[in-house]
Write a protein that binds this ligand. Sequence first.
Ligand code: BEZ
Length: 260
Amino acid sequence: MTSFDFFHLHGPGRPNVRLPRDYLRRSGWVPRIGDIFPDFAAPTTQGPLDFHAWAEGSWTVLFGQPGAFTPVCTTELAGFARAEADFTALGAKLIGLVPDEMDDVTGWIADISQVLGDEVRFPMIADADGTLARSFAMLCPGDSGATPIRKTVLIDPALRIRMILDYPARVGRSTVEMLRLLDAFRAQDSLDVATPCDWTPGGDYLVPSGMDRDEATALFGDDWIELRPYLRVVNATVLDPARRPPCALRPPAPGDGDGD
Ligand code: BEZ
């Protein structure tokens, strides 16, 4: 059995947690949901880029990758390139980050065009010395040694981090899931709703936790139902009464139905 040098978290209110002692040596900023993403300047395949100036005002999908000319990364970069128009349609820009020299990144992009036929038109950051990967907490030695993992950060138009996903080096991401997340955030921001497990666009929403009945009625009219005081469902088409089908979870009103 592997042996670890543990220490205990002590003190009032501290849980009884044992942590490997080398965790104590970790320090520095780790991206968290709700943080403003830090500004940085970097060379990219589209020229020098100042991140805040480039990103402010639209959604950003920043995806860090382990490295150029590797199998999973190649399929991911091609996949993001193929889906770019779908991201643009949701008001989102793509930007990738790899720990490689610029010549390698541009050569890799040219190769992807030849092998898979996908054109990468969004900027890829050449983070040759790994400074940005380290700054954005993309190093997980327990997974991939000195190679960065796959980190995705969704950043809103006000530069606030809304979502962070860490994937290990050997598992490729899903562009479908990134698009679904963007759809969910856009619904949340425009309608003040929450989205349930496995929600996809067009599905019913949830009244967010903490919103009372009066607030729900003021926002959603009679287009919501209460299954429990802690579980209230909003009809998906609440914004478009003309196309409003019956809410799947609303009990049928008297007289509704197939003529009976
Ligand atoms: C890959 O893209 O397949 C990969 C890259 C670096 C480490 C492990 C896998």
